[in-house]
Design a protein around this ligand. Structure first.
Ligand code: FES
Length: 133
């Protein structure tokens, strides 16, 4: 079975092949949904109304796949819409994508097929070196 390591939480879990990353994180007690503006309102976003529950619409479950990116499913159309267009009103995922590129994923859209490491709640540095790279 594939292993998922949540680096910040220092938690490692085994998941069935093809498992949904967000669902497995919730089972392990790791809340991935961020609050608006990358942390503000995080508690609200864990609630029933605070996120889209895996539909790929709210963009709050964004994570970095720091190791083993080849062991997860390809980005979905929903992720491309979140990260590369201005169709959806929340601008934060677009800023984050500009900084992290393909490392950034929506956990609710990721299927796990092999060992990976995940960083939850990736910081957004709007004025850092990587942002305009
Ligand atoms: S839970 Fe809303 S985009 Fe993943």
């Amino acid at each position: 079975m594939p292993t998922v390591k949540f680096v910040k939480e220092n938690v490692e879990i085994e998941v069935p092949e093809g498992a949904n990353l967000r669902r497995e994180a919730i089972r392990a007690g790791i809340p991935l949904n961020l609050g608006f503006l990358n942390g503000f309102g995080r508690r609200i976003n864990q609630s029933f109304v605070g996120n889209c529950h895996g539909k790929g619409v709210c963009g709050t479950c964004r994570v970095l796949i720091t190791k083993g990116a080849e062991n997860v499913s390809q980005p979905t159309m929903t992720e491309k819409l979140q990260f590369k267009t201005v169709v959806i009103p929340d601008p934060i995922p677009k800023f984050a994508y500009a900084q992290y590129g393909d490392q950034l994923r929506l956990a609710c859209q990721v299927k796990v097929f092999g060992d990976i490491e995940v960083e939850s709640d990736p910081p957004i540095d709007l004025f850092g070196e990587k942002f305009y790279a």
